[in-house]
Design a binder for this molecule. Structure first.
Ligand SMILES: NC(=O)c1ccc[n+]([C@@H]2O[C@H](COP(=O)([O-])OP(=O)(O)OC[C@H]3O[C@@H](n4cnc5c(N)ncnc54)[C@H](OP(=O)(O)O)[C@@H]3O)[C@@H](O)[C@H]2O)c1
Length: 279
């Protein structure tokens, strides 16, 4: 049975885990799990009040951990200069061992109807930090190997990367981006960094608005099942039920081409129409 017991020795005691979008859902669950293992935490996220609340929650959960927060809106700032001055400047002296590229959100609707600005925003938030923040941290994380310790990176992809998703096209394409980025980085850096793509299926977070059920898991359950795979795999779905969802979607797409596409497209049209009425 895999566990995270080896993580402090493997990645370095008292080092920092940087989690983007760590104020809610899956990102917050990563922060809690890593803080419990002894890692100090840096959260890079958008809302100041949520950053303060998450910091307080983590400090209460794990007294003694250093919890830093960096307010940064990945949609508002996309220049390399902004990443350097508004993020890196605040964390340049910290020993960062783990990077969880989690910030993200979804938008649904027929491609022709979703406004251009929304497609742009999805790429700004779901893709740009995955490449830029990694590039800015990579050399330092690789250099830790000189002291005999490894580093780790997790990229939040999705089961949406398994098959094309009409009605969620730009979102699912951004999740393929995260998945491919993780796997390329895994190959290039496997001598010193563990890199993994985490591909959750439905999880009960603000992004989905879903309640827990047989197939919808809590963010904590997703993270608890995914994290132990980091030293071993370059891809995980997390809990067994999400592993099964991924397998089922892949098979269905192979055996009945177009079935998933059609179902999702119909569903997205309904969601789009409902959301338009609300506006
Ligand atoms: N939930 C699922 O079913 C599911 C399934 C597959 C993959 N995923 C992936 O898992 C990741 C987390 O999703 P979640 O469901 O946990 O979402 P969530 O509960 O909505 O949390 C998203 C986090 O990202 C932050 N964020 C959003 N926009 C941002 C921006 N422009 N700049 C900086 N931070 C921003 C949010 O901060 P604010 O609160 O300030 O907005 C929040 O901390 C995403 O990448 C998503 O694609 C989720």
């Amino acid at each position: 049975m895999r566990s995270t017991d080896s993580f402090p020795d493997r990645y370095g005691k008292n080092s920092y885990a940087l989690v983007t979008g760590g104020t809610d859902g899956i990102g917050l669950a990563y922060c809690k799990e890593l803080a419990k293992l002894g890692f100090n935490i840096i959260i890079v996220s958008r809302s100041l009040d949520k950053l303060a609340n998450s910091k307080a929650e983590l400090e209460k959960l794990c007294p003694g951990r250093d919890v830093r927060t960096v307010q940064f809106d990945f949609n508002e700032h996309q220049s390399i200069d902004a990443y350097k001055t508004r993020i890196m400047e605040h964390i340049k002296d910290l020993d960062i061992s783990l990077l969880i590229q989690n910030a993200g959100y979804a938008e649904t609707g027929p491609f022709k109807d979703v406004p251009m600005e929304e497609h742009q925003r999805l790429m700004n938030v779901n893709c740009v930090p995955a490449s830029l923040l990694t590039k800015l941290l990579l050399d330092k994380m690789r250099a830790r190997a000189k002291n005999g310790i490894r580093s780790g990176m997790i990229f939040l992809s999705s089961v949406a990367a398994v098959a094309p998703m009409p009605g969620f096209q730009t979102y699912s394409a951004t999740k393929v981006y995260n998945d491919f980025l993780a796997k390329g980085l895994w190959f290039e850096n496997k001598a010193c960094i563990d890199v993994m793509s985490h591909r959750p299926a439905y999880t009960s977070t603000k992004m989905t608005g879903l309640r827990e059920s047989l197939t919808v898991v809590s963010p904590e359950a997703s993270v608890k099942a995914a994290l132990p795979d980091l030293p071993y795999e370059n891809e995980t779905y997390g809990p067994l039920v999400h592993e099964a969802t991924g397998w089922f979607m892949r098979k269905l797409n192979e055996l009945v081409p177009g079935f998933i596409n059609n179902k999702l497209f119909q569903m997205s049209k309904k969601i789009w129409a409902k959301n338009q009425k609300k506006k």
